[in-house]
Design a binder for this molecule. Structure first.
Ligand code: PLP
Length: 369
């Protein structure tokens, strides 16, 4: 038996007819760029997130960059604080908007260490970027308080958490502005690259809307330098169709996470992920921690289990961020996570038999290594 890390075909089966019908309408209308389904999806996604505005863009990295540019972050010496254990795109977006990433360690839940974060706020700090890692949001209320008392802004990287909430606040509705990704494997995934910005702030939304469209509001008038980063209408059709199922699909992920917990909780040598009771976790990634990770991973692959690693190298040890001058040992919790984590297959539609097979393979691999 071979079990993938993510199975997207199952999702397609659920939305096939909506997608075919929607594609045909777009093609017949020739409305490929910013057509009606884009506006429809923006309205639906804003409502889903509990945000006033949604500005869809070409991918998640652009969403974060444009969000920060809308905030005018990126003047000389500007700094943005973010966790060392995140996908590289969070840090790339900070760089690309012209600011310097200032990294902090994570806590025991692998979320941004709030105390560490507070200590790093300095004169040049413009924002904290809080990442909803693996489908779980950090303590946004606290982060919002810290940011506002320091006179800086909170930016939410909600790429891994569509549908998650923390104390009743939805992912994408925290801080001044949020960026999210609809990369195919995300909880809400397109059939290619896609992303979005969400915010309650009218001015930030207007500015982001201009920036994504060549810096223009009125055709051929370009008061500022913008991007070409829009959500394709065809992708909006896919996302709109999937959004209708997302709450159910996230529930299925939660059930799958509970099943892994039941299957693995008594096994020695496997540390299971935890979720705080204040969080509605949407399990974008189900990552366990083990010793001898490389050997365990190889054994899982041999057994046909498509396990992965998110992420093997923390930001401060990546070549691209060498210039920050960090060394191994600077962020011990992020480094520990990077060397021990294994992501198990997790997707809506994963069967009990598949989860049992994954668990058995993992238990055997841990025992033998
Ligand atoms: C996927 C992801 C992004 C970037 O999204 P792209 O659409 O791939 O550009 C940013 N941050 C996090 C945490 C992500 O997981």
């Amino acid at each position: 038996m071979s079990i993938p890390l993510v199975d997207l075909k199952w999702q397609h089966q659920q939305i096939k007819e909506d997608v075919e019908k929607g594609f045909e309408e777009v093609i017949n209308a020739g409305a490929f760029i910013l057509g009606p389904p884009v506006h429809q999806f923006e309205n639906d996604f804003a409502e889903f997130c509990g945000a006033k505005h949604c500005v869809s863009v070409g991918n998640g990295t652009d969403a974060l960059e444009i969000a920060m540019r809308a905030l005018s972050i990126g003047q000389q010496d500007d700094e943005v604080i973010l966790p060392a254990n995140t996908f590289v795109a969070s840090a790339l977006a900070v760089m690309r908007c012209g600011a310097k990433p200032v990294l902090v360690d994570c806590d025991d839940n692998h979320l941004i260490d709030i105390e560490h974060c507070e200590k790093k706020i300095g004169q040049n700090t413009k924002a904290i970027m809080a990442v909803d890692l693996f489908g779980q949001m950090p303590q946004m209320g606290k982060l919002e308080e810290i940011a506002s008392s320091a006179g800086i802004v909170l930016v939410e990287d909600a790429a891994q958490a569509q549908g998650a909430s923390h104390r009743g606040k939805q992912a994408g509705s925290c801080g001044s502005i949020a960026g999210t990704s609809f990369y195919p494997g995300k909880n809400l995934g397109a059939y290619g690259d896609a992303g979005a910005i969400t915010t309650d702030d009218d001015q930030l939304a207007d500015k982001a809307r201009r920036l994504r469209n060549y810096g223009s509001e009125v055709k051929y008038h370009h008061p500022e330098v913008g991007f070409n980063s829009r959500l394709d209408t065809l992708q909006a059709v896919v996302l709109g169709a999937k959004l209708k199922h997302l709450t159910m699909w996230n529930k299925m992920r939660r059930e799958a996470a509970n099943r892994y917990f039941d299957l693995l909780r008594e096994v020695q040598g496997i540390e299971l992920p935890e979720s705080s009771s204040e969080n509605e976790h949407v399990w974008h990634i189900y990552a366990v921690r083990v010793q001898h990770r490389e050997a365990v991973l190889t054994a899982l692959h041999k057994a046909g289990v498509g396990a992965g690693i998110h992420y093997p190298i923390p930001i401060h040890l990546l070549g691209a961020f060498e210039f920050l001058g960090h060394k191994r040992g600077d962020f011990p919790r992020a480094e520990g996570a990077a060397s021990e984590m294994i992501s198990l297959p997790m997707f809506p539609g994963i069967s009990e038999a598949q989860q049992v097979a994954v668990s058995e393979a993992l238990v055997t691999a841990v025992k033998n290594n």
